[in-house]
Design a protein around this ligand. Sequence first.
Ligand SMILES: Nc1ncnc2c1ncn2[C@@H]1O[C@H](COP(=O)(O)OP(=O)(O)O)[C@@H](O)[C@H]1O
Ligand code: SF4
Ligand SMILES: [Mg+2]
Length: 327
Amino acid sequence: MQPAPPILEVRDLCVEYATAGRPVGAVDHVSLDLGAGEFLAIVGESGCGKSTLLFAIARLLSPPARVVAGAVRFKGRDMLGMSERDLREVRWREFSVVMQSAMNALNPVMTIGAQLGDAMTAHARLSARAVQDRSREVLRLIGIDPIHLRAYPHQLSGGMRQRAMIAMALLFTPDLVIMDEPTSAVDVVAQRSLMVQIKELQQQLGFAVLFVTHDMSLVSHFSDRLAVMYAGQVVEVGATRTLFAAPQHPYTRGLMAAFPSIRGARQSLRGIPGTPPDLGDAPPGCRFHPRCPSMMDRCRSDPPVLAPVSQALVRCHLYDDDVPPQH
Ligand SMILES: Nc1ncnc2c1ncn2[C@@H]1O[C@H](COP(=O)(O)OP(=O)(O)O)[C@@H](O)[C@H]1O
Ligand code: SF4
Ligand SMILES: [Mg+2]
């Protein structure tokens, strides 16, 4: 039997921010596949281009950001060339997005119920009764008592607001849910229970997840595969189990040793000083070379390519096998 084609295919995607100076290449030739029902996590420090990548995939970029090259196919359809009208049909129904901060994404002057209702009636013709029933159903699904349909966002805890956002994303049982650090605004305990719940829902409803986080430990038990991003590029991708058992890229190793305490803040990794580069002026050669404990001469000038290393794909000269033998 042929394996099922991926529901999401990202090919050589490049995104730039136009600035007064040089354009900032926030996403540089990123290629990813996501299978139906699969959970793919994208990890990397703040400023590595994770949100820009997700926004490009979901067609949510706005100027000065612009896709300059590459392709995104969702269920076989060209996402980047899709008309706004077709996009409205697909968004929410077939894929949905959960943003980092529910506080920004929710309307503060509308009740949760009204917002769920608006989202539904904007995308389908439904009776008031059907809207009411479905709203209650999705809230229950994510562990919120439907009594909170009458609540305003500020009346809910941070964790509940994020749950309300996830409920909204699941209104039409999409095939893909794209999540940008959905748990970063809540405390560690709430974060954990939210992750467990996302995973349970994914298994119950069967949607695929594209999940961005800067905290690698958060996804260790939940994702099937991991893509590690550094300075706009994928530097390692493979099965989560494999990457945790045997990380190959020095940056992946550094991330694993670091458990950020200030969530989202730029901070040094334990054992790897410094911060990701300004993407308008990325270092030549390997972009990680100024911080890499294993840096070699050629890393300063030759950009490494993503290539198979045991079970993963790794962008690092440590694994070059075309080095001529030394005599
Ligand atoms: N509005 C903007 N204008 C110029 N550059 C931007 C803008 N937004 C983001 N960037 C650049 O894109 C890079 C990646 O940002 P982002 O995708 O938000 O990273 P992440 O989600 O990994 O923290 C940032 O380091 C920054 O240099
Ligand atoms: S290519 Fe060189 S600098 Fe880059 S991660 Fe590998 S060893 Fe480090
Ligand atoms: Mg981000």
